[in-house]
Design a protein around this ligand. Structure first.
Ligand code: SF4
Ligand code: SF4
Length: 209
């Protein structure tokens, strides 16, 4: 187990960065845990937004960036609607996700990271998600991981399960084989490009609320 040593300068720098990038005043959090009682995934993963916020405020950078909630948060914003101080913990998890990516930290839930990457790449290319492209991209990433670790049984299991899922979706007409583009795809691309440029310049890309 990693031992965390408190460094006030690093702690402050980390907390300020998360606050600026997420646009959330987490210092207002007084640990009432109203967010925790409504968190959609808290019970499943055994960790709640109030604890993540406390981790950030105290500057436990490594534990916060590697936390399971960072990837498993489903951005439902239930926590934010319950918070008496108007803190959107979903924005905090999103920010930590980006920071962990920038620091090339291996996600605690790699499959969720593949899902996330496949979603973003599809949206920025076509302006919407195309089921067939999305499933293909996600499966390729998952299988590559098994192949690299020579887990061939997992690869066959994945192919079998996904083929079954594909057939069932096709039967129910929930899987469209034709790639479709959204009318506003150029706008989606330019928003994304703008956000990336702002990020490079170290400016906040989250809208204020
Ligand atoms: S509801 Fe708000 S103030 Fe209460 S613990 Fe959660 S983030 Fe903190
Ligand atoms: S936005 Fe994330 S942290 Fe907040 S309630 Fe939903 S799953 Fe939990």
């Amino acid at each position: 187990m990693d031992v965390w040593t408190y460094d006030p300068v690093d702690a402050k720098r980390f907390a300020v960065e998360v606050m600026e990038r997420s646009n959330q005043n987490i210092l207002a959090c007084y640990q009432c845990r109203r967010c925790a009682s409504g968190c959609t995934v808290g019970e499943e993963i055994g960790f709640t937004p109030d604890r993540l916020i406390r981790m950030v405020i105290t500057g436990n950078r490594k534990a916060a960036l590697e936390n399971a909630l960072v990837w498993q948060c489903v951005s439902c914003y239930t926590c934010g609607t319950r918070c008496p101080n108007d803190i959107q913990a979903g924005r905090v998890t999103e920010t930590l996700k980006k920071m962990s990516r920038e620091e090339s930290i291996t996600p605690r839930s790699p499959t969720i990271a593949y899902f996330h990457d496949s979603f973003v790449s599809g949206c920025t290319r076509w302006g919407r998600v195309n089921e067939i492209q999305f499933m293909g991209s996600y499966e390729m990433k998952s299988m590559a991981k098994h192949l690299v670790s020579l887990r061939f049984a997992e690869v066959f299991k994945e192919i079998r399960e996904q083929s079954r899922l594909m057939l069932s979706m096709l039967k129910q007409r929930r899987l469209h084989l034709r790639l479709q583009t959204a009318r506003g795809r150029n706008e989606v691309r330019s928003f994304y490009k703008l956000a990336m440029e702002k990020k490079k310049k170290g400016r906040n890309v989250m809208p204020a609320r």
